[in-house]
Design a protein around this ligand. Structure first.
Ligand SMILES: Cc1cc2nc3c(=O)[nH]c(=O)nc-3n(C[C@H](O)[C@H](O)[C@H](O)COP(=O)(O)O)c2cc1C
Length: 196
């Protein structure tokens, strides 16, 4: 079984990556047989949906835009659980927004065209993490959560603020909310959900 972390930051060694890695390490702690991998959008080209209303509408999981999207979706399909990490870049980073846009279209047309069975990513457990310079992370969580629900993923919630997932505000080591510790705990719960 495998958990894939998607790092939506343009910095491969930033706080978003650290939070995603902490979730993956927590999952591994829970079950050492799990395979984990972090995918950095900083390394990949993902352009916006061009609203062709054609290719993915006819053939689910095909897209007219030729970039790294197919590679990402294959890895997401191959994974049993997902972690999606985003920084706050005023709103959500452009490349991650483009990925969400493209994925949401696939699920939408799967439903509209009444393609049979669950779609490729349906019901996959999913943990969310957000890094900010100090601002409140809710805006980004609301976006990611809505995206996860629109894709019919199964988000893992926290029992305390910010509820949607783990937030790191500023220096992760200095933050009294101990986001790296919380991220590891989220990873353990994600591993449990994946095994069920
Ligand atoms: C374009 C851009 C916009 C940002 N906007 C905000 C913001 O509105 N509030 C905030 O607290 N931090 C903001 N930041 C800071 C990042 O959220 C913060 O540095 C975060 O750690 C970045 O994630 P990373 O460490 O994974 O790169 C912004 C950063 C960038 C590059």
């Amino acid at each position: 079984m495998k958990i894939l972390g998607i790092v939506g930051s343009m910095r491969k060694e930033g706080r978003t990556a650290q939070l995603v890695e902490a979730v993956l390490a927590g999952a591994k702690e829970e079950d050492s047989s799990l395979k984990v991998e972090a995918l950095h959008l900083a390394d990949l080209e993902v352009g916006p949906c061009t609203a062709c209303y054609d290719v993915c509408a006819k053939e689910p999981y095909k897209c007219v835009v030729k970039d790294d999207f197919q590679k990402i979706i294959r890895k997401m399909d191959d994974a049993d659980g997902l972690v999606i990490g985003s920084p706050l870049y005023f709103t959500v980073p452009a490349r991650l927004t483009a990925l969400c846009e493209r994925l949401a279209c696939l699920a939408h047309f799967h439903d509209v065209r009444k393609h049979k069975g669950p779609h490729l990513l349906e019901d996959k457990p999913c943990g969310l993490v957000v890094a900010t310079g100090g601002s409140d992370p809710t805006l980004v969580f609301l976006y990611l959560h809505r995206f996860a629900l629109s894709l019919r993923l199964s988000p893992i919630y926290l029992k305390h603020y910010p509820y949607y997932g783990v937030a790191g505000k500023g220096d992760l080591q200095e933050d009294p909310d101990r986001p790296l510790h919380q991220a590891a705990a989220l990873g353990e719960r994600l591993a449990e959900a994946v095994k069920q």
